[in-house]
Design a protein around this ligand. Sequence first.
Ligand SMILES: Nc1nc2c(ncn2[C@@H]2O[C@H](COP(=O)(O)OP(=O)(O)OP(=O)(O)O)[C@@H](O)[C@H]2O)c(=O)[nH]1
Ligand SMILES: [Mg+2]
Length: 337
Amino acid sequence: MTKKCLGCGALFQSKYPDKEGYVALNDLKEATVCRRCFRIKNYGDYQVINKNSKEYKKMFDEVKDKHDMILYLCDILNLDDNINEINDFNGSVILVITKIDLLPKSVKEKKLNDYIRKNYKINVIDIVFVSSKKNYNIDLLLELIKKHTKQKNVYLVGNTNAGKSTLINALVKANGINNKVDITTSFLPATTLDFIKVNLNDNITLIDTPGTICNDNFLYNEKPNVVKNVSSKVEIKPRTYQIKPNESIIIGDYARLDYFGTEKNSFTIYLSNEVKVKRIKLNTNDYLRNLKITNFDLEDNKDIVISGLCFCKITKEAKVNVYTKENVKVFSRNNLI
Ligand SMILES: Nc1nc2c(ncn2[C@@H]2O[C@H](COP(=O)(O)OP(=O)(O)OP(=O)(O)O)[C@@H](O)[C@H]2O)c(=O)[nH]1
Ligand SMILES: [Mg+2]
């Protein structure tokens, strides 16, 4: 009988140590997780599995065609137009905004809810803001799932790292029936490799899916030590700068914002607390100016978002040049906060 890894969903195999699902032949009978999951869970060690992004896309498209309940997860720090793809799903969708513990507590859920409803035209049963880490709104989501699930299956979809596997572990724990579930989670992309079915109760099965890989996200092009550095683990302390015309903000070794305005402006950066930010006079140096440039001519109350790295709230109208690595998506949107 073919066995699947309970941590990542990969089929077990004993032939190729570098490929997904590897378990040494001697351990095959007893093993519940593959060697990669065992190492992530026990040593925080991570083995990158090179899976073709087409394979992920195929799995995602498969779920789009289903008429089951869908939980579409979006990390609050990664909110962008991609969530409009919710309307492509045949099933009924609950939008779950994750990692809400990373925003300052002063940010009101109602305001975020109104923002999403106003800025994205999505067809959802509800929007729920959760933190699996702080067990926030997990019971509320559990109730909604039980209330709206008509067929047995509930699929969790969304970008890689959105927190799907962490949320399933939290939902199952909160439900209190099946307490052996421990899907592998990690701060690096592409942790879950195949569908993983978890029975919530006799009527509902939660199905974890491998996250979509967006190659234009800062995180997906960086080495593990950089990903670790820029991934927020605790509440972000926003950093506000009163910027004068012809000043620049340097974000770690990753991005630069040059400000060309006519008057003083306020820039508030939401970024991992571990990344250093410096303000300099524009012409002090050319650091990071060799990177891709994106020009913005913004009205007042806009955010500049560097996908996967940070967002910067700018109060007044502004001309800003942003420098980032070539394939990273940079865009503006209305102020989220
Ligand atoms: N601060 C915070 N971090 C979270 C929360 N939920 C998940 N994370 C972290 O986010 C990272 C990704 O979580 P996963 O559950 O592995 O994400 P995933 O969506 O299953 O990712 P893939 O399997 O790659 O598709 C891990 O480092 C988690 O600890 C949360 O509520 N708050
Ligand atoms: Mg996962």
